[in-house]
Design a protein around this ligand. Structure first.
Ligand code: 5GP
Ligand code: MN
Length: 344
């Protein structure tokens, strides 16, 4: 998709009625004594956490006092993604069983909410903020903009419509979300609006150099050696993906053990795979259990990897998607290769 912003209503972008419904939904959370629960997707990335914690600070500004933020799974945040307002994070087990307002962030499907999915039923009002074209349309009120580069673009626009002034901590969270999902303003959805939002965020005084170094340009020496080893085993198949080329790499639990690294260091590895000039499609398998793999896919435009991810039980965007694969690495690579061939 090129960096254009077609009119609302013609492309599945939110209409003015959708924005008004979202503003109304948030207002239910502003009633005295209202309990608000914010949830982002499992294994949160910068956009999931940053849009949630940025929005949370906006709600605080509006006077919300009973406010919880959480995500499914263990309550650990990789060090590169540490950001302001993390004190609002609570373990999922402590999440309000029936909040007045539930807001979800960056989750394309209910499955991304893990055991917290039941809050969609128990919450009085549920609001879904997202930017995945593959979003399944769950939630009572849904604000999904497939043309937005990040969920934080949607969250920031909603805060603007609620007349919330940006402050530095709020901006840092929203900026981390924006800079991670746009690959530092390099990906295709980096529109004028993205840069306008970035300008508003940077104007609050955030330290963009320090943020970028922490997130993108800093990793343990062991991770650098691990990357070298995994990339040394990468395979290029010029004839795959309809002749446009497939490159893939496999990072195993043994690799992590050998270099004494936590799994999150592998999140940056897809960038080394996707830069291979001879391949349209890049595939990275990250082992999470003996027969379970977190799979990342990237396309340069020839293939729609979101369709493959959805077919494999995951989701994402046309040029960046993922899923959880079961079986051996070879079986998963075979399945992806076949689906790529079927796309032509
Ligand atoms: P990444 O490869 O960086 O983990 O994810 C790329 C994109 O695919 C992100 O937009 C992410 O939300 C989506 N994605 C990655 N893994 C999964 C998954 O297991 N399920 C779903 N629904 N989406 C995923
Ligand atoms: Mn996102």
């Amino acid at each position: 998709m090129k960096a254009t912003t077609p009119a609302a209503g013609t492309t599945g972008r939110p209409t003015e009625q959708d924005w008004a419904a979202a503003v109304d939904a948030v207002r239910t959370g502003l009633r005295p004594g209202a309990r608000v629960l914010l949830v982002c997707h499992v294994n949160p990335d910068g956009d999931a956490l940053g849009s949630m914690l940025g929005f949370a600070q906006g709600l605080r500004r509006l006077g919300v006092t009973s406010l919880q933020c959480t995500f499914p799974g263990p309550l650990t945040v990789p060090e590169p993604l540490h950001m302001p307002a993390m004190d609002l994070l609570i373990p999922e087990a402590e999440a309000d069983p029936a909040p007045d307002l539930l807001v979800t962030f960056d989750a394309a499907s209910e499955s991304r909410l893990g055991a917290l999915v039941d809050r969609l039923e128990t919450a009085t009002v549920s609001l879904v903020l997202d930017h995945h074209a593959s979003n399944t349309g769950f939630g009572k009120v849904s604000l999904v903009d497939p043309c937005a580069a990040a969920t934080s673009v949607v969250a920031a626009e909603l805060l603007r419509r609620l007349d919330v002034p940006l402050d530095r901590d709020m901006a840092e969270c929203l900026y981390i979300a924006l800079v991670t999902d746009t690959g530092s303003f390099k990906f295709d959805l980096t529109t004028p609006e993205v840069h306008e939002l970035a300008a508003r965020l940077v104007a609050t005084g955030i330290d963009v150099g320090a943020i970028s170094r922490r997130i993108f340009d800093s990793r343990p020496f062991g991770a650098v050696r691990l990357f070298g080893e995994v990339m040394g085993r990468a395979q290029l198949e010029p004839a795959s993906a309809g002749g446009r080329g497939l490159v893939y790499a496999v990072a195993t639990l043994d690799d992590l053990r050998k270099h004494d690294q936590p799994p999150y260091v592998l999140e940056a590895l897809i960038d080394s795979v996707r830069c291979v000039a001879e391949a349209d499609v890049a595939l990275l398998l990250k082992q999470v259990a003996p027969t379970e793999w977190a799979v990342s896919m990237r396309s340069k435009g020839g293939a729609d990897v979101s369709r493959i991810a959805v077919a494999m039980g995951g989701g994402g965007h046309r040029l960046a998607a993922g899923f959880t694969g079961h079986g051996t690495a070879e079986e998963i690579i075979d399945a992806v290769r076949e689906r790529l061939a079927a796309q032509g």
